[in-house]
Design a protein around this ligand. Structure first.
Ligand code: COA
Length: 321
């Protein structure tokens, strides 16, 4: 049994903040942000929530897949910015879309979360436990950003993307690689609530995202090409046979470096980071859904999805569209 993506969807908040807007908040400039990252605009949530964006992306993905919510067996939301500590965002999405038959849970693997979700979904479908899955990446990064820290606040955006996966005899996912290195957890982190129990009156605010940008940059340009090559090798597919490499939309320079290391032309690396910034777990499914919407993906095309993030975590997925 193979696993194929049969529908995609995405949602972005209405408000788009350009670099000049951010320059009114912190000491930065459009020139610095564009040159170092390639980002020009990012969408920021006002009314929207992690749940509401996940719901809208899911409804679109189900519509494009020609499926009803009640047919979904497995519902996974990849997020680090759920609206509630408990229940999971996936349970709230389940209720809102009416996927009452599904088992629903969240995955926390930061920007690699969607790839982790795909990995889990494929394992369940291939084993015959479930027939299909709705995998969503949804993030309101703006609520864990320190809006006084110019080194991080210019990088991230909000949004959601979703994909419906189904078991099929046709080729679909050809190989997947995921990895974690908890030894480097402090490189990119966001502390949770302080412990205010009777024994431990921890006096600090809930955490904001902090990052060692250069460490993350080095990790990304080293790890992503390796895991992409591993995924290709596992399936016996050459890099030249791949139509598009969809990489986590964190930084244009990281994507250019990976393209160079893989010996592939930059045109094969689509980008929306100029418009969306880094939307963490939502980054890959948003890009995929936008390309699908624009009619850029043809049946039989080989695609690689690959990303990296806090944990540290990483992953790559080779699939036939
Ligand atoms: N505007 C203007 N100046 C800024 C700035 C901003 N938004 N952010 C940082 N700077 C300054 C720094 O303070 C520093 O100034 P100094 O030289 O006076 O100390 C200077 O710019 C250079 O900072 P540095 O951190 O060395 O820049 P960089 O070239 O490494 O670029 C990142 C910074 C964050 C863009 C880059 O490291 C990066 O993209 N890393 C990966 C991050 C990532 O992908 N995170 C998500 C993982 S999922």
């Amino acid at each position: 049994m193979n696993t194929k993506i049969i529908g995609t969807g995405y949602d972005l908040p209405a408000f788009a903040a350009d670099n000049d807007y951010l320059a009114t908040l912190v000491d930065t400039s459009d020139e610095w942000i564009v040159e170092r990252t390639g980002i020009r605009t990012r969408h920021l949530a006002k009314e929207e929530t992690t749940t509401s964006m996940a719901v809208r992306a899911s409804v679109q993905a189900l519509e494009r897949a020609g499926m009803k919510a009640e047919e979904i067996d497995l519902l996974i939301v990849a997020t680090i910015t759920g609206d509630t500590e408990t229940p999971s965002t996936s349970c709230r999405v389940q209720a809102e879309i009416g996927a009452h038959r599904a088992v629903a849970f969240d995955v926390n693997a930061a920007c690699s979360g969607f790839l982790y979700g795909m990995h889990i979904a494929e394992a369940f479908i291939r084993s015959g436990i479930y027939r299909n899955a709705l995998v969503i990446g949804s993030e309101t990064m703006s609520k864990i950003i320190d809006w006084t820290d110019r080194s991080t606040c210019v990088l991230f955006g909000d949004g959601a993307g979703a994909a419906v996966l189904a078991g099929t005899e046709e080729p679909g996912i050809l190989s997947q690689i995921v990895g974690s290195n908890g030894g480097k957890w402090e490189v990119l982190e966001c502390q949770g609530r302080p412990n205010e129990n009777p024994l431990n009156k921890e006096e600090r605010k809930p955490g904001y995202l902090t990052m060692n940008g250069q460490e993350v940059f080095k990790f990304a340009v080293k790890t992503v090409p390796v895991c992409v090559e591993e995924a290709l090798e596992k399936a016996g597919v050459a890099a030249d046979e791949v139509k598009y490499f969809l990489l986590h939309q964190a930084n244009k320079r990281i994507i250019q470096s990976v393209a160079k290391r893989l010996g592939q032309p930059e045109e094969k690396f689509p980008m929306n980071l100029d418009q969306c910034g880094n939307t963490s777990a939502a980054s890959l499914p948003i890009l995929l859904a936008q390309m699908d919407e624009q009619g850029l993906l043809q049946r039989g095309d080989k695609l690689v999805l690959s990303g990296f993030g806090a944990g540290l975590t990483w992953g790559a997925c080779l699939l036939e569209w």
